[in-house]
Design a protein around this ligand. Structure first.
Ligand SMILES: *Cc1c(COP(=O)(O)O)cnc(C)c1O
Length: 217
């Protein structure tokens, strides 16, 4: 891997005060360690099994984020130490994560995953159904999770206008939730932007970019 690219990405993020989430899926332990030694402390995996394995092999001051679909029966494997779950995609999952976080005596930061892509994607709230759920479902009962913001993935397209529209949609939803739901007025994170589209995501208000392939190229 080339640490010049890491440094360059950090410089690009600076003016936006955005955080770099290093997506370590498919990368070698050697490369992860090199990135750690260069100062990176936030890493993410999209599968629970990989998160568990890598956490056990790497230094303990790394903050691990889950960014992929989470099955209920895997929650217990990560709940006591995961730093953030970015992929809460149903109220039921949120309620279950909340229950297990309570067992651990912690308040877990989470993001709600929203479908913004024009492609058929399996997971995430539809923007309209998220608004409905937030006003109808008993989210305020979930005292052991803290909803810090939203996460989304744009279409894997080279059409930058399309991608920009999708990022705007996520950012606007973030603002709408903050302004219409008083309990969520403090939300501060919009996790959007990957290797191919993060410069656009930053322009549209991203606070966290999740970069994998470019970082380790
Ligand atoms: C893999 C992945 C990323 C990073 O993708 P790259 O194109 O490799 O930067 C970001 N977010 C999610 C949810 C992912 O699964």
């Amino acid at each position: 891997m080339n640490l010049m690219i890491y440094k360059q990405i950090l410089e690009e993020l600076k003016p936006y005060h955005a955080q770099l989430i290093a997506v370590s899926k498919n990368q070698s332990m050697e490369d992860l360690l090199q990135l750690y030694q260069a100062g990176q402390r936030i890493f993410a995996e999209n599968r629970v099994q990989n998160l568990v394995e890598r956490k056990s092999l790497l230094p303990s001051d790394i903050e691990w984020h889950l960014i992929g679909h989470l099955q209920k029966n895997k929650v217990k494997k990560i709940i006591s130490w995961v730093h953030m779950i970015q992929s809460i995609d149903t109220f039921e999952l949120a309620a279950y994560v909340n229950q297990e976080a309570q067992v651990c005596g912690r308040i877990l930061p989470v993001l709600l995953e929203v479908k913004i892509s024009s492609e058929a994607t399996k997971y995430g709230f539809e923007p309209e159904s998220l608004l409905k759920s937030l006003t109808k479902d008993p989210w305020t009962d979930l005292q052991n999770i803290r909803i810090d913001g939203l996460m989304g993935m744009a279409s894997l397209s080279s059409n930058s206008e399309q991608i920009q529209i999708e990022f705007k949609q996520l950012y606007n939803l973030f603002i709408k939730i903050k302004t219409t739901i008083p309990q969520l007025a403090f939300m501060s994170e919009v996790s959007m932007g990957m290797s191919g589209d993060y410069p656009l995501a930053l322009k549209e208000g991203s606070t966290m970019v999740r970069i994998g392939s470019k970082l380790f190229s």
